[in-house]
Design a protein around this ligand. Structure first.
Ligand code: GRG
Length: 306
């Protein structure tokens, strides 16, 4: 598997568009609330791959949709992801000092402000999705119908909540220090990371008004790359470079976390990630070359070093 130069350029190009939107997706700083606005911006605008919103845009494009229509939802996913990182790093959770290439939010702003910044980012995601033109200060009419907007909001809320990411985090906390089975670790990853990945892909399809059959294919692709992404994340926590990753390594083993390497060992975990990559590619078999970006993104997910 060789990562083509094209996908590197694609990732960079989309990152610029997303970051331009993200800058305007949170309220401007006011003197009375300067601290929380700074705390929100500090984590949101830090170094990131932006892989979830990129997946939404790439899926929308692959299905013949407009990226402008997908952008509010793509950015909402990034706001939710950023909130989850801030909370995940808190002393009550993983107690991490380093994230996105800089000290964690609570290390800079204190625990109370970090909790509030996470809460505010999560809430802001729903403001953005339910009133994109208001938030983006544009008077142009919405590109997605109210009915479809509501369906997408429900999809994202479910993926972020107790039936998705939060549920996965609960499993993560409860499995810490416990002997875990492969099935338990897979279930946890499917919810903790996989649910948002799946939503990122499905939302791209929904915005582009993909058919039921296409949505099934996209869901299969989304499930496999979500799992591949988290398995690679587990592997990088063992053998990644902290400077390249922008976060600490070795923390999973120290905290006796249930991970793929802890259950399967490193080599078998890598094989498992490649297997999910192959299944993601297989899912897209019926799609033409417009889905090549999705194929290349799957390759990026499984081959990444950061
Ligand atoms: C509800 C109190 C409360 C907390 C929520 C749900 C949750 C805490 C945390 C989610 C756990 C989580 C973030 C899992 C790891 C997922 C993961 C691999 C994160 C890193 O994602 P990248 O590599 O990061 O895409 P960048 O920085 O590139 O965006």
């Amino acid at each position: 598997m060789g990562l083509s130069l094209d996908i590197t350029a694609y990732l960079e190009e989309k990152k610029v568009v997303i970051e331009d939107w993200l800058k305007r997706a949170i309220p401007p700083e006011t003197p009375a609330l300067a601290t929380i606005h700074r705390a929100m911006r500090y984590s949101l605008m830090a170094r990131s791959k932006r892989i979830r919103p990129i997946l939404t845009l790439a899926t929308a494009e692959a299905m013949g949709g407009k990226i402008e229509a997908a952008l509010p939802f793509a950015c909402a996913l990034e706001l939710i992801h950023t909130y989850s990182l801030i909370h995940d790093d808190l002393p009550a959770m993983d107690n991490d000092d380093f994230r996105r290439g800089q000290p964690t939010n609570h290390k800079v702003f204190g625990e109370a402000m970090a909790i509030l910044a996470g809460d505010a980012l999560l809430t802001q995601a729903f403001i953005l999705m339910s009133s994109p033109s208001l938030t983006m200060r544009s008077s142009s009419p919405p590109l997605v119908s109210p009915q479809l907007t509501l369906r997408i909001i429900q999809e994202i809320a479910k993926a972020a909540g107790v039936e998705g990411m939060v549920g996965g985090q609960v499993m993560d906390v409860e499995l810490e220090g416990q002997p875990a089975t492969l099935a338990q670790v897979e279930d946890m990853h499917r919810l903790k990371t996989g649910a948002i990945f799946l939503a990122a892909v499905r939302v791209g399809g929904l915005v582009a008004e993909a058919s039921e059959e296409q949505m099934e294919i996209l869901s299969c692709y989304g499930r496999h790359i979500g799992l591949a992404f988290q398995i690679v994340d587990d592997v990088l926590n063992v053998e990644g470079q902290p400077q390249v990753l922008g976060k600490s390594v070795g923390s999973d083993r120290l905290a006796r976390k249930a991970t793929f390497p802890s259950v399967l060992g490193l080599e078998e975990s890598k094989r498992c990630a490649r297997q999910h990559y192959a299944l993601a590619i297989q899912a897209l078999e019926g799609f033409d070359s417009r889905a090549d970006t999705l194929r290349a993104l799957a390759e990026f997910v499984v081959g990444r070093r950061f």
